[in-house]
Design a protein around this ligand. Structure first.
Ligand code: PRP
Length: 175
């Protein structure tokens, strides 16, 4: 798309997702897993990752909203959609498109740990490690990126660009 700089092509993303899937397969061999996608950004990543993991797996989704995010985060994260099943004694992989300040993931981790899963891992396609406010790390990371505004492959700006197959940088003048 015009004016957008491609950061990762569709092929680069697919190759990395394949590698992450292999790690998940190794770590959870012989076990059932539940992928929990964080709406809406993680949907595309979850769909690609899950289709490459050849294990007995199911999906669920969780929704959050954080206020004041566009400019300065307020630090308030609110649950807008809960999971639809108890996760007690389950192997859970929480799937995110991007780990930024870490506020969302720290909040979700607490929410999901309250279910007492037997295992909770975090998969984040992108990690803006330089932006972290809370000390949370993902177990599976696709790419560590600088502090650019990225869109595509599930990620949006004002709900647009989620359907781009590649991940692009939105220039500051477009924000
Ligand atoms: C993005 C992303 C994470 C969160 C990460 O969601 O999907 O959920 O921000 O940021 P944090 O680490 O600073 O908390 P967004 O609010 O853009 O919603 P969306 O997934 O529906 O696009």
């Amino acid at each position: 798309m015009a004016d957008l700089r491609v950061l990762f092509t569709h092929e680069q993303i697919q190759r990395r997702v394949e590698e992450l899937a292999a790690e998940v397969e190794r770590d959870f061999a012989g076990r059932k897993i539940i992928f929990i996608g964080v709406l809406k950004g993680a949907t595309i990543f979850l769909a690609d990752l899950a289709r490459r993991v050849r294990l007995d797996a199911t999906f669920d989704f969780i929704g959050v909203s954080s206020y004041g995010k566009e400019k300065q985060t307020s630090g308030v994260v609110r649950l807008t959609k809960d999971v639809e099943q108890p996760l007690t004694a389950c192997n859970v992989i929480l799937v995110e498109d991007i780990l930024d300040t870490g506020l969302t993931m720290t909040y979700l981790r607490k929410v999901l740990l309250a279910h007492q899963p037997s295992c909770l891992k975090i998969a984040a396609l992108l990690d803006k490690a330089c932006r972290r406010v809370l000390p949370i790390k993902a177990d599976y990371v696709g790419f560590t990126i600088p502090d650019d505004f990225v869109v595509g492959y599930g990620m949006d700006y004002a709900e647009r660009y989620r359907n781009l197959p590649e991940i692009c940088v939105l220039p500051p003048e477009m924000i």
